[in-house]
Ligand binder design. Structure first.
Ligand code: SF4
Length: 233
């Protein structure tokens, strides 16, 4: 299958069946989203959503975060991964937002990446979710699913290479949605260890399925009727 056709069928499926995907992180404004995304690095959204209500009660604005030390923040985020580093990042993030961005979350990739704890992936999430820009954040799910489906070549070995390939083929207006589609598909169906191909709606376009799964399925000998529960012919 040609790559353009694979992309087209992937986009058609999700546009039809899941037209309005959203991030699973709970947030009420851009400040809360960027804090939640920083906390979600190497951690599940579920875990982050458990702790952010109290964190946002304690530190409701960038100014509150700016006035806090890492030690002040740590007790509220201790159950996420890498809490020491993240507490330092959040304290620094609050300070920079207040000192250089008038306590607003900036809207350019370059400015976002100046904030502590904010790399290209986090900046792209903010660009896409808050500012609805055609930014493709490549996390572990997007990386894995793009490769398995065959949307990107094997030579795309870094998140940046995958990002560039995806934005080349996906229309700008669909990039923010495609980011969520790939994440959610990776989180619930095309999971890392054992992709749930038997319930996946994308088997007919999936390169991994064609290569690794279809040949096995074809080679499973049919059970005699009395063993498969079906009545004898
Ligand atoms: S068919 Fe399997 S490997 Fe391919 S996208 Fe679906 S779950 Fe992932």
């Amino acid at each position: 299958m040609r790559k353009a056709e694979r992309f087209q069928r992937f986009l058609e499926y999700f546009t039809t069946h899941f037209p309005e995907p959203e991030t699973e992180l709970a947030y009420g404004n851009p400040y809360e989203l960027i804090v939640a995304v920083v906390l979600s690095a190497q951690c599940t959204d579920k875990r982050v959503n458990l702790i952010t209500p109290e964190l946002f009660r304690q530190f409701p604005t960038p100014a509150h975060l700016a006035a806090a030390t890492a030690e002040d923040i740590f007790p509220f985020i201790r159950s996420v991964s890498y809490p020491n580093n993240k507490a330092k990042h959040l304290a620094g993030l609050g300070r920079l937002l207040v000192e250089e961005f008038n306590a607003e979350v900036p809207s350019s990739l370059e400015e976002l990446q100046r904030l502590p704890g904010v790399g290209r992936k986090t900046a792209n999430v903010v660009m896409s979710v808050i500012y609805n820009q055609p930014a493709m954040a490549v996390d572990t799910h997007v990386f894995r699913v793009s490769h398995r489906l065959g949307l990107v070549p094997k030579t795309a070995k870094t998140p940046l290479a995958v990002e560039k390939e995806l934005v080349r083929y996906i229309p700008e207006s669909l990039i923010p949605k495609a980011h969520h589609w790939l994440i959610l598909h990776g989180r619930y169906i095309c999971v890392a260890r054992q992709p749930k191909c038997s319930i996946c709606p994308l088997t007919n376009i999936c390169a991994y399925y064609a290569r690794q799964v279809a040949p096995l399925v074809k080679n499973i000998p049919s059970l005699p009727a009395e063993e498969n529960g079906l009545p004898s012919a």
